[in-house]
Design a protein around this ligand. Structure first.
Ligand code: PMP
Length: 295
């Protein structure tokens, strides 16, 4: 599903067939989750294939590595060129691009001396399938920010995300909403959270979340459309009184939430601020103009 015998990936400065690429089973990343990665989308825009927010993603990859002490000797500009070449070599336009920085053999807990960069791409449809989502409040909290570098997109952090997603699916929900260690609303396992209340959007402030690139794009869209955005601590009891809510992320894009713990929101999705943001986001990734009418 992610690759065929013909797929090409980029590994340590060279393009090669995915089936010919190998990794060391003694890799520190494989054993201890010490690596960093990105999730990027490319779109067939009106002006050709465009990697959306490419610079922001590769800059964050560098930041993630720096924050945890993984040597990173690449320029974002060069990696953007690699991403475009990768799409071309695989004949992809609407695609998901995954750069991964991983460490070589090391069984001690000091950073491994050898570090590798892999980049691959595949076609990936809407992460949540495009329907309205039924979420549950997870029994898994977001990690303590004093125990991790939470602004870094580190491979090991995703054990928490997998636990929360699996629990939600077992309970019959589409996805989870995790609270932080203080009991405030945090984020979904792979996406940020916004709720609408009285014509404003509210979203958790940075601190216990991965402050996503899509989250920032949403904030920028709101600024343009003069929709107030408030970053603050949100108590889970407040969700019931909200008008609507959505998740956002590179893979998730803008995903409507129908209910949380089976409690639906007041507004129909199509009448929500989120629906307007969803349309504006789609226009932005496709480089189409967007006109917004306040009725
Ligand atoms: N939170 C988590 C935990 C994530 O994994 C992601 C996906 N990278 C996001 C939020 C959304 O981030 P972005 O918009 O940068 O993709």
């Amino acid at each position: 599903m992610y690759y065929t015998k013909d797929s090409i990936l980029f590994l340590n400065g060279k393009f090669m067939k995915a089936v010919d690429a190998h990794t060391d089973l003694f890799s520190q990343t494989l054993h201890y989750g010490f690596g960093a990665f990105e999730g990027i989308r490319a779109y067939q825009s009106l002006n050709g294939v465009k990697v959306f927010k490419a610079r922001e993603h590769f800059d964050r990859l560098k930041k993630s590595c720096t924050l945890v002490g993984i040597p990173f000797n690449y320029e974002s500009e060069d990696l953007i060129q690699v991403a475009y070449q990768l799409l071309k070599k695989n004949n992809l336009s609407n695609a998901y691009i995954r750069p991964l920085v991983y460490c070589g053999a090391q069984m001690t807990l000091t950073p491994a001396p050898d570090v590798f960069l892999m980049m691959c791409a595949w076609e990936w449809d809407k992460y949540h399938g495009g329907h309205l989502l039924k979420l549950c409040i997870s029994s898994y909290q977001r990690p303590n920010p004093n125990a991790w570098k939470l602004e870094a997109k580190v491979t090991g952090h995703y054990v928490n995300s997998i636990l929360a997603t699996s629990e939600a699916k077992v309970r019959g929900y589409d996805d989870a909403l995790m609270l932080d260690m203080n009991g405030f609303v945090g984020e979904a396992p792979g996406a940020n959270f916004f709720m609408e209340k009285g014509g404003e959007l509210h979203t958790p402030a940075p601190g216990h979340i991965l402050p996503g690139i899509t989250r920032q794009t949403v904030i920028n869209i709101c600024r343009e459309l003069e929709i107030p955005v408030i970053e603050r601590n949100i108590r889970p009891e407040e969700l019931e009184g909200a008008d609507s809510a959505f998740l956002c992320g590179t893979a998730a894009e803008i995903a409507a939430i129908e209910s949380i713990d089976a409690k639906p929101f007041r507004k129909e999705w199509r009448d929500s601020i989120g629906a307007t943001i969803q349309e504006a986001y789609k226009c932005q990734v496709l480089e189409k103009s967007f006109s917004y009418v306040i009725i």
